[in-house]
Design a binder for this molecule. Structure first.
Ligand code: 5GP
Length: 183
């Protein structure tokens, strides 16, 4: 059986990665999304095991030590990481798997999966990113400021990835992604 493809979608928080990935999966149900682990508390409406595996810091650090994570990073004061086994099993079964992750972790994927397709989603501008973070209403103003500050470093890393796609129009961006992703 041929192995599935690993697709990494990265870029700053608020750039629209989640919406793009959701739409991609609606259009291509054969694509599987990896469920990440995090120490961030659940937001309203989020379910453990569906949106994330919500872990304590101690449990997350145990997973790191036991080599359970394919990549992990600390972002805005919390850990985020990709459980390795589930991804490897799906790839072996020939399924394509999407990781929707921040930049530091996406960089690390290169080490264990150099054949992954790594796509950086960029905002049209920093001020549009700020507007989007405010409009989605998920984070406090303090968290938004922190995410925006972090975004500047993330944007500087865009060139490291295989492709950069500017998310200015959802449908156009989706079409571009469809040309880049091995479907
Ligand atoms: P949020 O707290 O908004 O759900 O996620 C914050 C950031 O962490 C987003 O940029 C998101 O893509 C990223 N993220 C989610 N899961 C993972 C993961 O497993 N690994 C890494 N490195 N980043 C992740």
């Amino acid at each position: 059986m041929t192995s599935g493809q690993l697709i990494v979608i990265t870029g700053p928080s608020g750039v629209g990665k989640g919406t793009l990935v959701q739409q991609l999966r609606d259009r291509h149900p054969e694509l599987t999304l990896s469920i990440s682990a995090t120490t961030r508390p659940p937001r309203q409406g989020e379910t453990d095991g569906k949106d994330y595996f919500f872990l304590s810091r101690q449990a997350f650090e145990n997973w790191i030590e036991q080599g359970e994570l394919l990549e992990w990073a600390e972002y805005a004061g919390n850990y985020y990481g990709t459980p390795r086994q589930a991804v490897e099993d799906k790839l072996t079964q020939g399924e394509s798997v999407i990781l929707e992750i921040e930049v530091v972790g996406a960089r690390k994927v290169q080490e264990s999966f150099p054949q992954a397709t790594r796509i950086f989603i960029a905002p049209p501008s920093l001020s549009i990113l700020e507007q989007r973070l405010q409009q989605r209403g998920k984070d406090s103003s303090e968290a938004i400021a922190q995410r925006l500050e972090h975004a500047k470093t993330e944007l500087a890393a865009a060139e490291e990835f295989d492709h950069i796609v500017v998310n200015d129009d959802l449908n156009r961006t989706l079409e571009q992604l469809e040309t880049l992703i091995p479907l």
